[in-house]
Design a protein around this ligand. Structure first.
Ligand code: 5AD
Ligand code: SF4
Length: 482
């Protein structure tokens, strides 16, 4: 746990402090008293479950929620049979929302049998007013609803929810506030996500993120470096720097700094052996960043570079601010500077007005860029975005057919690409005991692929050398080399 405050030293009789994060630690202590009282009444420990529905930014936020809950005294469990269940939601595509409503239905049944149970909802979906309206009318059993901008207030809001029989709702439209130093419970002891910025200013015409995550805000480089130094002291060897558009990091800080410069500073931190980052927007990917990657010993040779579409015509309507040719030039530059780089991407099929010719351009980029892997998405109409109002939506059967063709091509190339290290011996971060065979461990290559090899739990979190004996398409089988 990354923490700086001690709840036992907080005095209770005083008014809650105004300043953050002190105020939240005060409320954590207050919640802890309630949890203790309930535990005494029930004669057992109280449990809490945080279910994450979203991207890596959400996953990191969920670690903060778990950190706060654990500080409050809840036992964190993975199943929804808990005394407190909170869903950290995503709304980037419609099915993300549908999934949450499905889960909520089941949870409602459980709550009817266990009235003492508390249910919370937070994250991107809660920033949509029509969602909150629906929850207020059809899901009245929910106890606590908050959004993306005030996650740091979780302890304070939970404290209110514990004392109220009405739903506590606190949604902010936007914020310029960044609260540092809240507790956090990491999923892995040896690797961690680190937020470097929040929000997005790009307004790609299909995307709801700028509306639900607000304007771009970068953290101060000193705060980021301090956090990573603390993580390194706590045994973390790999960090993933997180932001919707990391390439524009630092532009709006009082003392501006580039993302490449931030990477140079992170590279200096003792104990950190691997640095990853996500997500890069092609329009802001600088030559300086490519240089830093080329010279670095720690930055992993992996770039996630969302394409979205290969058609310059569509890219313009999507408001992506690059052309097919500019994108392919970037790919060339990256491959020239970091020859073994692994490239991954996101592609949307069926954006309004997409023609067969546009789609062929996308297939053409996939053939030329030769991605190690690609996340392919069917366009989903998001209320409030410019694309939702476009009239020429593509018929479902056409989209489905294109999606299948794209997937086939992506998988074929990715199979060829991912076996290219066969026969080499490479450093691997050992991440898990193999889920199928306990005699095997699963490790991650710098390029983000996985390898399974005979080994035991003592290797967890270590970087070891593994001979990649057999490429299996999307993973390797290997043996550890002493
Ligand atoms: N429909 C489909 N996919 C979308 N994405 C973002 N918005 C939409 C949408 N409305 C995809 C983009 C982005 C990824 C995180 O989700 O490809 O890069
Ligand atoms: Fe959405 Fe575009 Fe921002 Fe990515 S860069 S979060 S796709 S608006």
């Amino acid at each position: 746990m990354d923490k700086k405050f001690d709840l036992d030293k907080i005095e209770f009789c005083k008014e809650p402090p105004i300043q953050e994060p002190d105020r939240q630690y005060y409320y954590m202590k207050k919640c802890r008293e309630s949890v203790k009282a309930q535990e005494a009444a029930l004669g057992r420990p109280l449990t809490a479950c945080v279910q994450n529905f979203g991207c890596q930014m959400n996953a990191r936020d969920s670690e903060k929620l778990r950190g706060i809950l654990s500080e409050i005294g809840y036992q964190i469990i993975d199943t929804e049979e808990a005394d407190f269940v909170i869903y950290n939601t995503c709304t980037v595509r419609e099915n993300a929302n549908l999934k949450v409503y499905g889960h909520l239905g089941t949870l409602g049944h459980r709550k009817r049998k266990n009235p003492h149970m508390l249910i919370g909802l937070c994250g991107c979906m809660m920033q949509e007013p029509q969602v909150v309206e629906k929850l207020k009318t059809s899901y009245r059993f929910v106890d606590l609803i908050f959004g993306t901008h005030n996650l740091y207030k979780f302890a304070e809001l939970l404290c209110l929810a514990m004392d109220s029989d009405r739903t506590i709702i606190d949604i902010w439209k936007d914020t310029d506030k960044i609260v540092e130093d809240l507790p956090c419970q990491r999923k892995y002891a040896f690797k961690s996500g680190v937020n470097i910025m929040f929000g997005c200013n790009n307004f790609c015409s299909y995307c709801i993120v700028p509306y639900v995550r607000g304007r771009e805000r970068s953290r101060n480089p000193e705060d980021i470096v301090n956090e990573i130094e603390r993580l390194a002291k706590d045994g973390v060897v790999e960090v993933m720097l997180l932001g919707q558009n990391v390439n524009s990091y630092g532009k709006n800080l009082e003392t501006p700094i580039t993302f490449a410069e931030l990477l140079r500073r992170v590279e200096q931190i003792d104990g950190i052996e691997r640095i990853r980052f996500m997500t890069s927007h092609p329009k802001d990917l600088s030559d300086e960043l490519i240089e830093v990657m080329k010279d670095s010993k720690k930055i992993c040779p992996h770039m996630h570079l969302p394409l979205q579409s290969g058609s310059s015509r569509l890219l313009k309507i999507m408001n992506r601010k690059y052309t097919k040719e500019q994108y392919l030039t970037l790919v060339e530059k990256l491959r020239a500077a970091v020859p073994d780089i692994s490239l991954t991407t996101d592609i949307i099929v069926g954006f309004p007005g997409e023609t067969e010719e546009d789609f062929q351009e996308t297939l053409d980029v996939v053939r030329q860029a030769r991605y190690d892997s690609a996340f392919t998405f069917i366009y989903s109409k998001r209320t409030g975005t410019p694309a939702a109002a476009m009239e020429n939506q593509v018929p479902e059967d056409v989209v489905k057919d294109r999606f299948d063709r794209l997937l086939e091509l992506v998988q074929q190339i990715s199979k060829e690409m991912s076996s290219r290290l066969e026969g080499q011996t490479v450093p691997v971060l050992v991440e898990e005991v193999n889920t199928h065979d306990k005699g095997y461990m699963t490790g991650r290559l710098a390029n983000n692929l996985l390898v399974h090899f005979p080994g035991d739990e003592a290797l967890l979190g270590k970087i070891v050398k593994v001979h990649l004996a057999q490429g299996k398409g999307f993973y390797y089988m290997g043996e550890m080399v002493q």
